[in-house]
Design a protein around this ligand. Structure first.
Ligand code: ADP
Ligand code: ASP
Ligand code: MG
Length: 458
């Protein structure tokens, strides 16, 4: 049974980070690693930006905007690889550069195919990293080979947010990966990318390398899916807002899924989904501190004395309220309402209802004008942009009196809307004004994790 080891962008950001990763993999060869790797940090942004420049008919600028990116890969290869291996890698980088230039030129003439060409360009971040890491592992005495993830992850046609076709993916993955593992070689795949049934490159959405790891884990019935990143596991809050946030040692699948969905960037929101079916444990580890245990996510649910295990938040949320007397005692109203969101392929996150109104939140407001126009046939619509969602998570939340009271008293001077307690009883979610989110999360973290009164060990 293999272990999937996924290393994120900061874990492969430079020569030191890559050497670290090679050591981590080398020391875990007995656990049969299959490695997934992201683009170096910042590279996907740079590639994405080049496609945007190219779409404005500035192809030369688009191509030259990537010079630093290629130099970074080449300089890193020179630092960590032998001369022969570095020159073989340089050839690959040069050919990638030519292919990217070809795609960027195509963008202007084929704007209708923009997303397909964009995905083809984005894929180079991950393929460049996977080849570099595979070469490095070989040089450090670990037999390894780059495997193009597009031969394994077979997806639908939904460019930039593709979903795997699981039976095709399982078959392709098993035949490619198992034959490599059988020879005692470590396969190194780029995360985030796949291909559709026509063989075109697709991507799984930003941050999607975690999802790749989980898909491969499910396809291979892995013993564990390890997400190696730049923090020690899932923390009690986003460390960029709460620097003193602590590692949560264990989470249930449900808790981890809620946290990921509501903004804990450390896990892509879809990562847990493939793991659940086969009960594959997901471990989140720190590539800068590999000896630390990190967080283990598994099927087991456990309540802790504090009940609350972590607080997640996400900004850039829009809330929509639809008010209509037609709702009163009528059936079919909610169906009609949600059909509007389905038509516009827009995901609704949190929903609350009263007798005459429905409030909901959206992450993606790109189709908002069309959605509002359709909703206006059903009632009066009020839209509020610039909102944030805060999600307090812990098994047993519903059965523990006083949690909601504590949340509200801690932030009593902040206006809270869209209050929802998930049916799974593990989350308590609400919306506030975006500008207040840092203050609110900091105060909630203090109340639940730092105050002496909260001083029961986690
Ligand atoms: P990678 O490049 O390894 O995929 P990401 O940047 O996607 O890493 O995710 C790790 C980052 O997630 C952390 O550096 C941290 O800033 C952020 N993060 C947000 N919320 C949390 C949380 N609750 N626990 C841990 N990290 C979090
Ligand atoms: N490189 C991709 C991104 O930046 C995928 C990932 O890092 O998970 O979104
Ligand atoms: Mg990530």
């Amino acid at each position: 049974m293999p272990t999937i080891m996924k290393f994120g962008g900061t874990s492969v950001a430079d020569a030191n980070a890559l050497e670290n990763v090679a050591q981590i993999v080398a020391s875990r060869v007995p656990s049969v690693p299959a490695v997934v790797v992201s683009a170096m940090s910042g590279v996907t942004d740079a590639l994405l930006n080049s496609t945007v420049i190219a779409s404005g008919a500035r192809c030369d600028d688009a191509i030259s905007s990537l010079n630093k990116t290629f130099e970074r890969y080449l300089a890193t290869a020179e630092q960590i690889l032998s001369r022969d291996a570095a020159s073989a890698y340089a050839k690959y980088v040069n050919s990638a550069q030519d292919q990217i230039a070809y795609f960027l030129k195509l963008i202007d003439s084929q704007l209708a195919q923009f997303q397909a060409v964009q995905d083809a360009v984005l894929a180079f971040g991950e393929t460049l990293s996977s080849l570099l890491l595979a070469s490095l592992l070989n040089e450090r005495g670990v037999p390894a080979i780059q495997l193009d993830a597009r031969e394994c992850i077979i997806t639908d046609d939904n460019h930039s947010a593709a979903s795997p076709l699981m039976s095709e993916t399982t078959e392709a993955t098993r035949s490619r990966v198992l034959s490599i593992l059988d020879t005692g070689t470590v396969p190194v795949l780029g995360g985030f990318i796949g291909s559709n049934l026509k063989g075109q490159t697709t991507t799984l959405g930003r941050g999607g390398s975690d999802y790749t790891a989980a898909i491969l884990g499910a396809a291979l019935s892995a013993r564990e899916i390890q997400i190696w990143t730049d923090v020690t596991g899932v923390l009690t809050a986003d460390p960029r807002v709460v620097p003193q946030a602590q590692t949560v040692e264990r989470l249930s699948y449900g808790e981890a899924a809620e946290l990921a969905y509501f903004g804990a960037k450390v896990l892509h929101p879809k990562t847990i989904q493939p793991a659940i079916e086969d009960c594959i444990p997901v471990r989140i580890c720190n590539s800068r501190a590999p000896e630390e245990t990190g967080t283990l996510v598994c099927a087991q649910t456990e309540t802790t004395p504090r009940t609350v295990k972590a607080i997640a938040h996400k900004t850039g949320v829009t809330t929509v309220q639809i008010t209509s007397a037609r709702m009163l005692g009528a059936y079919g109203f909610l169906r009609a309402l949600f059909e509007v969101f389905e038509t516009h392929r827009t995901v609704v996150d949190v929903v609350t209802t009263s007798e005459v109104s429905v409030s909901l939140s959206l992450d993606d407001a790109s189709s908002l004008p069309a959605i509002v126009a359709d909703l206006e046939h059903l009632g009066t619509v009020r839209v509020e942009k610039g909102r944030a969602i805060i999600c307090v998570v812990g098994e047993g939340l519903q059965g523990t009196p006083g949690i909601a009271a504590r949340v509200f008293s801690t932030i009593s001077d902040i206006n809270v809307t869209l209050i929802s307690q998930g049916a799974s009883s593990i989350n308590f979610t609400f919306a506030i004004e975006e500008e207040k989110v840092k203050e609110a999360v900091t105060r909630l973290h203090e109340a639940f994790f730092e105050e002496k009164a909260a001083g029961i060990s986690a």
